[in-house]
Design a protein around this ligand. Sequence first.
Ligand SMILES: [Zn+2]
Length: 99
Amino acid sequence: MPKCRNCGTIWTWGQTVCRLFTLGDSLTCPSCRQEQFMTMESRKKTSLFVFAAPLIMFISVAFGIDPFVSLALFLVSFLVIMGIYPFFIELTDERGPMW
Ligand SMILES: [Zn+2]
């Protein structure tokens, strides 16, 4: 789970997911309200997840799997990805380069 570099608070799964849906590249700490940023390393890891769900759906469509099954696969993979995503996030208090 991500840990705030400023106050050392370890964010909960729910707090992390909520923050992922906010706009911008910074994540505000729920405890000290300081802006935190994802480290380059964790951005690299999580960028794979972002493509996984659409990729699974694309593959199932390409192989002629029933659209409803592909959609279900997409939703399931999306939920699984959201479930494990926060575990791969590491925080830094410095805004790094985007890539
Ligand atoms: Zn904090």
